[in-house]
Ligand binder design. Structure first.
Ligand code: ATP
Ligand code: MG
Length: 364
């Protein structure tokens, strides 16, 4: 019997529906349930074949537990290693390289820093910041939003340099981005499941949450060519990022879909919020993904951080062009063999001298 564990926050209808759906289809051979966790032993035996994570971005204990489960070979949706490493500014920059339209975006130094970081610690920072230059590049109005976040927390629209500075002064230790505002004609939020299955949802962000008016069902909302481009961009982004559950949001202006938010590895799927059609669609798509992943040959966990962080992509087209790749590919030089390290079995080992100070951490 295979076991599927679900890690959730406050949401109810989606995990309930998912568990029910998986158990019905599993018919005793696959069992899904909520995970219960207490003190986690570092040598605990594997309990789950697959885990769906909806909340570890808010609970570091869960994130640490998931990494351990992954090390034991549990399929973890989404990858906790990459999710920990990812941020929205990296995403915007990556999207641009992949040929997906993104509004002009600038990463801003923080307004404040943790205790112990003083003026002297920040000698690499340009001061004062060239605010006028930044605003000239991005344009006004603009959106200021955290480089890592969700739920519209600390997102603001600014109309002038004065407003920008006033808002920035409130951001404390958060690292923010400033982004060109797209005065959109259309807006869509798209589910992408398994880096492949896409559902485009016409979405009105100006309508209140749970009003029942945010999401509309209209398969013809986008013109055919635009729809094809959106589908392609969604798959490109999700497979480049490796997220198996994600949403991508586009603000569409003059026929160009600008990707504005695509780091949503635990997207809203609640019945009251997205409506019955989309709720059912995403429940079914995730159920299918669970069975697909469980049926794939189990890889032996490779105890290398890079294999966990960056597994082989589900599709290969979502990389920068081959010319760009070859330009950026560095072929490592052979490391010189050091004869005195030849082992008794005749196997050669290598060594590399580490600079005396290299292991020291820089003082803040
Ligand atoms: N560049 C932009 N142009 C136009 N509108 C924007 C832009 N960036 C953000 N917005 C508006 O602000 C809203 C919130 O921004 P964004 O989605 O980036 O934040 P978030 O905190 O990740 O939200 P969530 O994850 O809940 O969707 C968007 O739905 C959109 O209405
Ligand atoms: Mg969003």
């Amino acid at each position: 019997m295979k076991r599927v564990g679900i890690l959730v926050g406050r949401e109810k209808t989606f995990p309930e529906a998912l568990i029910k759906n998986i158990n019905e289809r599993g018919n005793g051979a696959v069992l899904a349930d909520y995970i219960t966790l207490g003190g986690v032993r570092y040598d605990a035996p594997p309990r789950y074949d697959l885990v769906i994570d909806r909340i570890s971005h808010e609970v570091p204990f869960y994130r640490a537990t998931l990494k351990r489960l992954a090390l034991e070979g549990a399929i973890t949706i989404n990858n906790p290693f990459w999710w920990s490493a990812d941020d929205k500014f990296f995403n915007y920059s990556l999207a641009r390289k992949l040929g997906v339209a993104v509004p002009k975006t600038v990463l801003l130094p923080q307004k404040a820093y943790i205790k112990g970081i003083v003026g002297e610690s920040l000698r690499n920072l340009e001061f004062p910041l060239n605010w006028q230059g930044i605003v000239d590049y991005v344009g006004l109005p603009a959106f200021m939003k955290p480089f890592d976040g969700g739920g519209w927390k600390h997102v603001s629209k600014v109309n002038s340099l004065e407003e920008l500075i006033a808002e920035y002064d409130q951001t404390g230790t958060l690292c923010m981005t400033l982004q060109e505002s797209i005065d959109f004609d259309q807006f869509v939020r798209c589910y992408c499941i398994g880096q492949e299955e896409v559902m485009i949802m016409p979405y009105d962000p100006r309508k209140p949450y749970l009003s029942g008016e945010q999401y509309k069902y209209d398969p013809d909302y986008l013109a055919p060519q635009l729809k094809a481009r959106v589908m392609h961009d969604v798959r490109t982004l999700c497979s480049a990022l490796g997220y198996d559950i994600n949403t991508v949001e586009f603000a569409i202006k003059d026929g160009v879909p600008y990707a504005i938010d695509f780091m949503n590895p635990a997207p809203d799927a609640e019945l009251q919020s997205v409506g019955e059609f989309y709720h059912n669609w995403v429940t079914e798509a995730v159920t299918k993904l669970v069975f697909k992943r469980l049926a794939e040959p189990a890889e032996r966990p490779r105890y290398r951080w890079d294999a966990l962080l960056n597994p082989a992509p589900a599709r290969t087209e979502a990389v920068a062009s081959s010319t760009e790749q070859s330009q950026r590919t560095v072929v490592p030089k052979r490391i010189r063999y050091v004869p005195e390290l030849e082992s008794e079995t005749g196997e050669k080992r290598t060594t590399k001298k580490r600079p005396a100070e290299a292991s020291k951490k820089a003082a803040p």
